[in-house]
Design a protein around this ligand. Sequence first.
Ligand code: NAD
Ligand code: IPM
Ligand code: MN
Length: 354
Amino acid sequence: MSTYSIAVIGGDGVGPEVTAQALKAVRAAADRFGFGVDTHDYDLGGVRYLETGEVLPDAVEAELAGHDAILLGAVGTPEVPPGVLERGLLLRLRFGFDLYVNLRPVKLLPGVTSPIAGLSPDRCDLLVVRENTEGLYAGAGGFLYKGTQAEVATQESLNTRRGVERVVRYALDRAGQRRGRLSLCHKTNVLTYAGDLWQRTVDELAAERPDIEVDYVHVDAACLYLVQSPERFDVVVTDNLFGDIITDLGAAVQGGLGLAASGNLNPDGQTPSMFEPVHGSAPDIAGKGWANPVAAVLSAALCLAHLGQDKAAAALEHACGRVLPELGATAGPDMGYSTAQIGDRIATLVAEPS
Ligand code: NAD
Ligand code: IPM
Ligand code: MN
């Protein structure tokens, strides 16, 4: 029997609430499909930082590297200045473990009502492949004359041929396993250096893949099409910041942030990949039991698929598809079910052979 060692970083706000539900579903799948799961909790996030000043001690990062995968809830809290936890913990893990693909499915599940009137599941099933280690997120930049009237702040977008090439290759492979279409999403009409590198890389690699139909869309138009006609997309490959923004929009289209999953992948398997909802710590609803755990459960499904447990992953996805029409598509004060009740129902559905 395979047993997986999974690091769990609940983090801040609703992070621990939704992660607990994802773990219930993973355990139910492990029992049903005959594999083992050893979980190891890490108390990283705002509370630890405020108590000790520690964000991610080197020794903890080294320990995390030894697990098969990481499940993360969310990090960031209003009590800690912006960036301390987001850069110091989340981005440090993405960069440090070279998790260069951020895989973000945008899929309308059966029974969920999209805010886009009349949108049906057959019209909304796309995969955003977000570059996850470079671009404006790299942290290059700085201040000059800080605090004076002459202050200058720069934030530079770093794009390497190697970084772009590997994520585009991954996206082409995913497109080949799906409907065979890849869209590059960028802003080549304005970002003429970075955009040119991305476009040339896509053109060169696409020439090796005549089975994939490749097109290009500017990021502003991509926002329009995501709302108006999401069916035009199969796989979308894009840079770090554009991917961040369009996947919150994608989350809205698929019914809300409580339903949007993501995986930070090292496709080469050299480091543990990390799975987390697209949403953050949602301080406005933390502690109320209103957070929808489906995004966390679907992220855990991506984790199980990454570990090679495809049937278990499908069971989690199937359970999410059933729980939503059964209990109502969104969590929140009007829903009548708590985060834990939805999690319990999902775990029950996962345990049942369908
Ligand atoms: P957010 O995603 O936390 O919340 C945006 C809105 O979505 C809020 O109204 C929230 O209540 C709602 N929402 C989020 N998750 C939900 C769920 N599961 N069920 C129902 N509603 C949900 O974004 P924000 O408010 O901009 O950021 C809050 C904090 O989280 C910040 O510190 C930010 O840096 C951090 N953040 C972390 C991650 C992450 O860890 N991956 C992602 C995004 C934001
Ligand atoms: C996300 C978040 C993160 C990002 C932040 C918290 C660093 O918004 O995972 O979408 O920008 O990537
Ligand atoms: Mn985001």
